[in-house]
Ligand binder design. Sequence first.
Ligand code: NAP
Length: 290
Amino acid sequence: MKLAFIGLGNMGYPIAGHLAQQGHELTVYNRTTSKAQQWVQEYGHQLATTPQEAANRADIVFTCVGNDNDLSDVVLGEHGLIAGLKAGSILVDHSTVSAETSRELAALLTLRGVDFVDAPVSGGQQGAQKGQLSIMCGADAAVFARIEPVLAAYGKTITHMGNIGSGQLTKMVNQICVAGLIQALAEGIHFAQQSGLDVEKALNVVSHGAASSWQMVNRYPTMLADQYHHGFAVDWMRKDLAICLDEATKNGAQLPVTELVNQFYADVQALGGGRWDTSSLLRRLQKKSR
Ligand code: NAP
């Protein structure tokens, strides 16, 4: 197949890498050209100078950019995808954005005979590198059937959730669960440190019991080492929690812990931690107890 990939960031770079190794013809675009050049040096394939050019001949175009405005920019902006996508092609979006933006873009693309799939991912940069992401898709069933085998190059669990927007709603569930969980993990480690326990030993035993989680297993060693220059950025988490809280005002869901943790992340941003990994909630507690 002829594929195009837009957005070679922490997630997009390795995801596009998996696609490149599947025998497809791939064209990539990144706003910062040096990153796209580095990618092409590593994997070969074609480099485009605009999203429009990347989409020109593609059967499936993938996006993995930042927030709602960024996605709208690459699709609807000058030399955007919408000008290049051919009728019969599919746009698969791996960014985390609102369900509303997904539905709006899908409606515009339908007018041009282009199908849209909201396909946010979970599993972090490590999941993308290992090709083991969870992918939650909102799409027409027939469209999902066409893209699923392609997504298998980097997805371990690929699920069709329902209509357009339902992929993003599922990602919101993921972020709501993760927010409270990371705060609890930070509190557990903080408590262990304050209590004079051998913290490493404590986390090792606890991570093999009922309190274990992906966050605990993958993040406690770096949290103990006070390392946060990796993973999922606090700025992105705040974007995601704003999307969740906004959706909750529409559907009436009560999210008291999510609201609180969102404020804690604002504190981390005020400490200069916008690009730190989300596990940096521990730094906030350590700072407050000094
Ligand atoms: P990132 O490393 O900051 O990369 C963002 C990418 O989008 C870069 O290639 C950036 O180009 C491009 N971009 C942003 N705004 C753009 C615009 N207006 N026009 C054109 N290109 C634009 O972010 P990431 O961690 O890969 O995350 C990407 C998406 O996946 C986000 O929606 C995020 O919430 C979601 N996500 C991330 C993770 C994670 O663990 N990192 C996990 C699940 C989901 P430049 O290189 O020019 O900046």
